[in-house]
Design a protein around this ligand. Structure first.
Ligand SMILES: NC(=O)c1ccc[n+]([C@@H]2O[C@H](COP(=O)([O-])OP(=O)(O)OC[C@H]3O[C@@H](n4cnc5c(N)ncnc54)[C@H](O)[C@@H]3O)[C@@H](O)[C@H]2O)c1
Length: 377
């Protein structure tokens, strides 16, 4: 089958996640990048497209021009990846969705709650698909953990501990020309949350994906430790889930020694599960009263959810890129199925998960402003 024709918005020269999306989209050979509006100015966009070897007439000055022309082409893009700073997600996604072009968008869904609601309406009105790249949901051992919770291996969940510490914003690198730090610390482009939006949403989504628990309320304490920084760089959140489970979420970008320390621990009345992103091929399972067991990616006793998301034998590490590629591979399944007018059940994060993530940010900001009062989403 011919690869799906993919376009990209953002991801120009020197960008971070655009390159990851390009690799992930190619791992299973199911997408081909054919067009892009890759940067914030027409000149930079075209230069970035040329550097990637795109045809000159498919390197666009901006995403609106691209959406209009690609929708008219016989062999125009079938899907676009949106990998810009957060404030561009909604206006860019809207242009493609209204023309029936599928959207694969990075998180958080939008920079404001109002835009998130508008994007949900646009996605639900469109015939096109919308996939949000909460990529940690694509890891085989995360899928295994989710399945174990569902089949009752740890019993009724009591405690959820999730954290995502980093250290790259320990100093004011936004003032020293780090492009990535600059927009992430600017409320206009990032949204009302800094660290909580950037990585707290990943932690929250991971906890929700694995446990299936719905959040009832939260109490958040957001801090901006670096002088002059306009958004939080550290957040502590207490979580109360429906049904009585309790949780804590910590995310920080000022914790020296931490790179991408996403970690989830879930404890039920029959056992516990522990997973860490920096050692992603392993999952610790402790049936209560028994020794800890180390479960492995694609290894003995692996559940189908783990085995089917693995590519190579156990012991050869898979990681960030392969997990990301699982999202693309499953998005390709949906796009192919959508051609026949049927969309099967799937595990991919949706526009509604995105809305929940932005509502989580909003609730954290509201709570923190009220001295960490308990608030509902
Ligand atoms: N899923 C993940 O693990 C993950 C990791 C990093 C970033 N992200 C998300 O990806 C997005 C991009 O982050 P990044 O670190 O790659 O940022 P970045 O600053 O490295 O890249 C952003 C790119 O978007 C371009 N851009 C800006 N405005 C544009 C516009 N109007 N039209 C077209 N292009 C435009 C910039 O020129 C740049 O090329 C953010 O939403 C971020 O939250 C997700």
């Amino acid at each position: 089958m011919a690869p799906i024709r993919l376009g990209m918005i953002g991801g120009g020269n020197d960008a971070f996640i655009g390159g990851v999306h390009r690799i992930a989209s190619r791992i299973d050979g199911r997408f081909q990048l054919v067009a892009g509006a890759l940067s914030s100015t027409a000149e930079k966009s075209k230069a970035s497209g040329a550097a990637l070897g795109l045809a000159e007439d498919r390197c666009y000055g901006d995403f609106t021009e691209m959406a209009k022309r690609e929708a008219r082409l016989k062999e125009g893009v079938e899907a676009v990846a949106i990998v810009t700073p957060n404030h561009v997600h909604y206006p860019a996604a809207r242009e493609f969705l209204k023309r029936g072009i599928h959207v694969i968008c990075d998180k958080p869904l939008t920079s404001t709650l109002a835009d998130a609601k508008k994007l949900v309406a646009a996605a639900e009105k469109s015939d096109a698909l919308f996939v949000l790249t909460h990529n940690y949901t694509g890891y085989p051992m995360v899928r295994q953990a989710r399945e174990m919770v569902r089949q009752g291996d740890i019993g009724t969940i009591r405690v959820v501990q999730v954290e995502y510490p980093q250290d790259w914003l320990t100093d004011a690198v936004e003032a020293d020309g780090s492009k990535q730090a600059e927009w992430r610390t600017d409320p206009e482009r990032s949204g009302a949350g800094g660290c909580v939006g950037d990585i707290g949403t990943h932690a929250y989504n991971l906890a929700r994906f694995v446990t299936g628990l719905q959040l009832d309320s939260l109490a958040a304490d957001l801090t901006s430790f670096v002088e002059g920084r306009r958004l939080d760089d550290n957040v502590h959140v207490m979580l109360r889930f429906e049904g009585g489970a309790k949780g804590m979420l910590w995310s920080s970008q000022v914790a020296p020694g931490n790179e991408n320390g996403l970690r989830l621990r879930v404890y039920g009345d029959k056992g516990g599960l522990e997973w860490a992103q920096e050692d992603p091929n392993y999952l610790w399972f402790t049936p209560h009263g028994e020794p800890k067991r180390l479960l492995t990616r694609n290894g003995a006793g692996g559940l189908e959810a783990n085995l089917s998301a693995s590519r190579i034998p156990p012991g050869h590490p898979e990681g960030y890129l392969e997990g990301f590629a699982n999202i693309y591979n499953e998005a390709a399944d949906l796009i192919v199925a959508a051609r026949e007018g049927k969309v099967p059940d799937h595990l991919l994060p949706t526009v509604r998960d995105g809305l929940e993530g932005v509502a989580f940010i909003d609730a954290c900001v509201r709570s923190s402003k009220r001295d960490a009062a308990w608030v509902r989403l």
